[in-house]
Design a protein around this ligand. Structure first.
Ligand SMILES: Nc1ncnc2c1ncn2[C@@H]1O[C@H](COP(=O)(O)OP(=O)(O)O)[C@@H](O)[C@H]1O
Ligand SMILES: [Mg+2]
Length: 236
């Protein structure tokens, strides 16, 4: 088992990038050497004729690494679509062997790695190859990021159960308030039910904070929130 985490979520937009970046910043703050990777990104923007993923840029800034951008984010697509579809529309295919080689290079360079998945576990990367298969090959413990709002018990337990069926080592859950509307009772009761039914720790709840914006990296804000809200035992 490698050191670090593979960060998945119950859906897209739940806060995987904020959590992956926050954890990388915590590792870095502890004086640990941490690398980051966003193997495939979609919905990227074009900058000087190259496609750039906001997620990959945020992760690179959080871990403060000088690794080549292409190593951190080997595949970027412009359309905000599932990876297989975005690749097909760009007349290309995701070469899994390239991702494996880039991942191995990062493993050699760093003591810890934080990998951000793509959407949830059943997002396809190849005809019959999904994010769950990539997480399994990378042999990193898994963290599941979920919403605090209604529906989250079902989504979170489905994700945990599917990960376990695939032999992944699920370490725990982080609840993220990616929107402003969550109610305290809902948050508290959902967290307790998720803990009880999954048997997993909830490492913390990240509050909604406008300054947590992946397009405007703010190290002080990110680090303070993660130091205050995330259980220190997460760093292993
Ligand atoms: N706790 C939070 N407070 C405020 N905004 C947040 C929070 N978490 C996420 N966001 C915003 O919500 C959006 C989705 O979060 P992100 O981490 O990109 O999700 P994912 O990586 O799962 O798609 C981003 O624009 C991000 O800046
Ligand atoms: Mg993301």
């Amino acid at each position: 088992m490698g050191k670090g985490y593979f960060i998945t979520g119950t859906d897209t937009g739940v806060g995987k990038t904020i959590v992956a970046g926050g954890l990388a910043a915590l590792y870095k703050d502890r004086g640990l050497d941490v690398g980051v990777m966003k193997p495939v990104a979609t919905g990227c923007k074009r900058v000087n004729n190259a496609l750039v993923s906001d997620d990959a840029v945020f992760l690179k800034l959080s871990a403060e690494v000088d690794d080549d951008y292409e190593l951190i984010n080997p595949y970027s697509f412009e359309q905000p679509l599932a990876p297989t579809v975005a690749a097909r529309l760009s007349n290309t295919k995701i070469d899994l062997e390239k991702i494996r080689m880039d991942y191995d290079s990062l493993c050699e360079k760093h003591d810890y790695l934080i990998i951000e998945g793509i959407g949830g576990l059943l997002v396809p990367l190849d005809e019959y190859y999904f994010v769950v298969d990539m997480a399994s090959e990378m042999e990193l413990p898994l963290i599941v990021v979920c919403r605090p709002t209604i529906g989250t018990i079902n989504h979170t337990l489905l994700t945990v159960s599917y990960a376990r069926q695939h032999g992944l080592d699920v370490k725990g859950i982080i609840i993220n308030e990616s929107t402003e509307d969550s109610d305290d009772t809902v948050k508290k009761t959902n967290a307790d039910e998720i803990k009880r039914l999954s048997g997993l720790p909830v490492f913390g709840t990240i509050p909604f904070d406008k300054r947590l914006d992946i397009s405007k990296y703010n190290k002080d804000v990110l680090l303070k929130i993660f130091r205050d809200k995330i259980d220190k035992d997460i760093i292993i």
